[in-house]
Design a protein around this ligand. Structure first.
Ligand code: HXC
Length: 280
């Protein structure tokens, strides 16, 4: 991948896996606009590269990401009603309309629109927007050092990139309320017990990334049409009533019988050999 990034390290630990490492170590990978923009560029490239089957997103040992960049956000002001005239005069107060038009935070959700599966490999702090970014991924693996939390309440705000919704879906109302209303963090072990992460992995440096790459390689080795259909169906369970979700699942299931990968997968089973998927 030829793009040069200022805030990311990009590698291909397997030709079919893109590893994106957040790289603002001095700021504990605080998510500023430049970093978010680069994540989206890397995701766009991954989505458009037919050799890449899945993506791993990680940070450093000390921090996956310690949240949105507070220093960048701190001077944002917003008044419910303000005349255009006053805005020009004072030049330091922007209206709700201006914040709305700038679509502040909207573009954070790019990762949730990926068709290819995404895995967050979390070590250290995953706080605020960092926890929200991890929750936008399809799978979260955590190292034993990981710390998850939504401390926005301590800053006089609330989570703004999905924390109130995705955390509640993941761990339930009472636990989500406790974390969001107190601003307290939880350990990796608690996050595993509560179902926020699928597993706590390893105890050495880099172990969680290695394991995430393994999982990503396994995913990338399957037929990609079926992988993407499975991801679409699971994600639909957040949006649809059970009946509609089951109908969508059935329709996707039926449609996979039109793929070469289905013929290959079932023929390979009958012939007692490994399938060779062509993603067709
Ligand atoms: C900007 C940050 C930052 C952040 C850390 N830093 N978190 N800068 N935004 N979110 C910077 C510090 O200012 C400091 O820079 C350097 O990183 C190291 O941090 P320390 O505080 O010195 O480290 P430590 O004492 O180990 O404490 C680690 C920490 C603490 C517990 C993670 O940094 C912390 O509480 N950070 C803020 C966490 C937070 O509130 N996150 C939510 C943000 S709001 P200098 O230059 O001083 O060395 C949010 C809203 C999302 O995410 C809304 C949707 C987008």
């Amino acid at each position: 991948m030829s793009t040069h990034y200022q805030n990311l390290l990009i590698s291909r630990p397997d030709p079919a896996v893109l590893l994106i490492t957040l790289n603002r170590p001095k700021a504990l990978n605080a998510l500023n606009k430049a970093l978010i923009t680069e994540i989206h560029q890397a995701l766009d490239q991954a989505e458009n590269d037919p050799e890449i089957g899945s993506i791993v997103l990680t940070g450093s040992e000390r921090a996956f990401a310690a949240g949105a960049d507070i220093k960048e956000m701190k001077d944002k002001k917003c008044t419910p009603a303000i005349s255009h005239e006053k805005m020009i005069l004072t030049n330091d107060v922007i209206s709700v309309a201006e914040v709305y038009k700038s679509d502040f935070l909207h573009d954070w959700s790019r990762i949730t629109r990926m068709r290819k599966p995404t895995i967050a490999a979390v070590s250290g702090y995953a706080l605020g927007g960092g926890c929200e970014l991890a929750m936008m991924c399809d799978i979260i693996l955590a190292s034993p050092t990981a710390v998850f939390g939504q401390p926005e309440i301590n800053l006089g705000i609330i989570p703004g990139a999905g924390g109130t919704q995705r955390l509640t879906h993941a761990i339930g109302k009472s636990r989500a309320m406790e974390l969001i209303l107190t601003g307290r963090d939880i350990t990796a072990q608690m996050a595993e017990a509560w179902g926020l992460v699928s597993r706590v992995v390893g105890d050495g440096e880099g172990e969680v990334v290695k394991e995430a790459v393994q999982v990503a390689s396994t995913i990338a080795s399957k037929g990609q049409i079926a992988i993407q259909a499975a991801k679409e169906a699971v994600n639909a369970s957040y949006q649809l009533q059970l009946e509609e979700g089951l109908r969508l699942e059935r329709r996707l299931f039926h449609s996979l019988f039109a793929t070469k990968d289905q013929k290959e997968g079932m023929t390979a089973f009958a012939e007692k050999r490994k399938p060779v998927f062509t993603h067709l």
